[in-house]
Structures are given as structure tokens and as C-alpha cells.
Design a binder for this molecule. Structure first.
Ligand code: PAF
Length: 305
């Protein structure tokens, strides 16, 4: 597939684009700056793959970007720590911010462009979520323990899709509930974007890659691997338990660890409804949230089939 090179060429032939000489990757801060880029892509019939992030990039994000680069002529990554999806102000304040490192990683990985809007650019004066019906996808797990979280996610992703206008958008399945919410938003607002859930990137211990891991000590990183171990154990042993028995067994295992379990849930992989009887569901996933060294980590994996 031919890669997108308009700005590189223009930097050579057009003085008004001299800034592109220094930096091949384009960095946009305002929606108005995106339009030349979009028009050029459209003119060439090139597709744009999009990865939405809150920065503090890791291998998981880069895996999404590689896929965006493979499947599209151009790619764009947004870096925006979205205030409306944090129900806890301390969590928002402590969220890792590493802009210089992020830009270097994205350029090395061949992102065509980066969109880094301000809070004002995204929200104007009104830093609030829109009221979007998420048909219950937002009720359990993250929705229950982080009230308003998915309203914030739905609002910001809808606006990012409208501003960036990608043909494909790549999201990590570590946030599986978020992927379903985003797919729903794209569908109800008839946004012409394909939302693709991608496999979770993991360390060899099984720990899911996450920006929040930047706040863990090396020992914390080792201890946090219990999350994946327990989800794997659940997948091997669920037939010996009913859902509440399996939840209780996993709670007990966590009680013997240094992690503080917030929730362990089994939910239908399509509706996100909590599972109380295995036989009523065809596709079920295990969801865990736990605190390690005061850092809140989430993960999920397939329970069955
Ligand atoms: O998963 C994230 O990093 C965020 O929830 C997202 C999708 C970038 C929206 O702010």
C-alpha cells in the first residue's frame, strides 16, 4: 500500500510548508488545522486510520498504530487527557503525561499525524458530557465503579470522530466495554467509521500493557500479573462453579495477594449484562479491576466459548 507523503513533498517544494522539513509527522492542535490534511487525503482517495489515546504511550498503543498504518495510507493519533471521563479528580491529576516521549515514539513508528487539542478546543466553555443513550452497555463494571465514565468517553470519541473523520479507528480490547460503547456511538450517530477492537498487548507475565503501569514499581508489575493469572484460571475452571461461586473463589485468591480487588465480574460479551447463569449466554468475558500500589488496573479476557 502506498504511504501518504503529501506533506513531505510539500516541505521540499513549497516554502509555506517549511516546518515539515524538520518534522515529518504533522502535529495539529486545532480542528481548523486538520482540514488541509483531510482534503489532501480525500483528493488522493487515501484512507485514514485513527488511534485515540490519552498519551503516556506504550507498546499497546504502538501495536494499534502499526495496524492503522498497515490498513490505511495515512494514520493519525490523538493525545487528549479527557477530563469528563474521570469521576475522580485525583485520578485525572495523577494520570501520566509524557508528551515529548509520546511524540518521539509516534514519529519513530511512522504516524502521519498527531492531534493534540486543548480542553477548550474539545469542549469550549462547557466541559461536560453529552447525554447519550448507551443502551445499558455502560451499566456494569467500569460504568458502575466510575459513574459518568462512559458518558465522557462517548462524548469525546464522538467529537474526535467528527473532527478527524477517519475511515477506521483502532481500540484495544483491554477496554472491551469501551470498545462496545464506541461501536454503539458510531452506529447511532451514523458516523462513517469502522471501529475495530484489537487484541490486548501483554507482557510475558500476562499483565496487560497500560499507561497506568508507569506508576508501578518493578515489584508492583510482578504482583499485578495475578490479574491475568486469575482470569486464565477462571477460563479453565468455570465449569466447576456457578458464576457467584467462581467470583467468590477469585475474591479469595486476591485476598491472599497484595492487590485490592475492586470487582470481578462475568458479563455477556455482546450486551455487557452481568452473567448469573452460564447456560443463558453464548459468549462471556471475565472483567477485573484491582488496585496495585494504589494504582487502579483493569483487564478482561474471554471466559467462553
Ligand atoms: O482508552 C482511552 O485511552 C480513552 O478512554 C480514549 C478512548 C482515548 C477516550 O478518551
Amino acid at each position: 500500500m502506498q504511504k501518504y507523503s503529501f506533506f513531505v513533498n510539500n516541505s521540499i517544494y513549497n516554502n509555506s510548508f517549511t516546518r515539515f522539513n524538520a518534522l515529518k509527522m504533522q502535529v495539529f492542535h486545532k480542528v481548523s488545522e486538520l482540514s488541509v490534511f483531510q482534503q489532501e487525503l480525500q483528493k488522493k482517495g487515501h484512507s485514514l486510520g485513527f488511534v485515540a489515546t490519552m498519551g503516556a504511550l506504550h507498546e499497546g498503543h504502538l501495536t494499534l498504530l502499526r495496524r492503522a498504518n498497515q490498513e490505511n495510507e495515512a494514520s493519525i493519533v490523538s493525545i487528549f487527557v479527557n477530563p469528563t471521563q474521570f469521576n475522580n479528580p485525583e485520578d485525572l491529576e495523577k494520570y501520566p503525561r509524557r508528551t515529548d516521549e509520546d511524540l518521539a515514539l509516534l514519529e519513530a513508528e511512522g504516524a502521519t499525524a498527531v492531534f493534540m487539542p486543548s480542553v477548550e478546543e474539545m469542549y469550549g466553555e462547557n466541559v461536560q458530557s453529552e447525554d447519550i443513550d448507551l443502551i445499558g452497555l455502560d451499566k456494569g463494571m467500569e460504568g458502575e465503579f466510575r459513574p459518568g465514565h462512559f458518558d465522557g468517553v462517548a462524548t469525546v470519541v464522538k467529537r474526535l470522530f467528527e473532527m478527524i473523520k477517519p475511515q477506521k479507528a483502532y481500540f484495544g480490547n483491554k477496554d472491551f466495554q469501551q470498545v462496545l460503547v464506541v461501536q454503539h456511538v458510531a452506529k447511532v450517530f451514523q458516523l462513517p467509521v469502522e471501529v475495530i477492537g484489537c487484541d490486548t498487548a501483554r507482557y510475558s507475565s500476562g499483565l496487560a500493557m497500560s499507561s497506568r503501569n508507569f506508576r508501578l514499581s518493578p515489584q508492583g508489575m510482578e504482583e499485578a500479573a495475578i490479574i491475568y493469572r486469575e482470569m486464565s484460571w477462571a477460563a479453565k475452571n468455570y465449569q466447576d462453579y456457578n458464576p457467584s461461586g467462581l467470583r467468590a473463589a477469585i475474591r479469595q485468591h486476591f485476598a491472599a495477594s497484595n492487590l485490592e480487588l475492586e470487582y470481578i465480574e462475568f458479563a455477556d460479551a455482546r450486551s455487557m449484562r452481568i452473567v448469573e447463569d452460564w447456560s443463558q449466554h453464548q459468549e462471556v468475558r471475565t472483567f477485573i479491576a484491582a488496585f496495585c500500589e494504589g494504582v487502579r488496573l483493569i483487564d478482561n479476557t474471554k471466559l467462553f466459548p
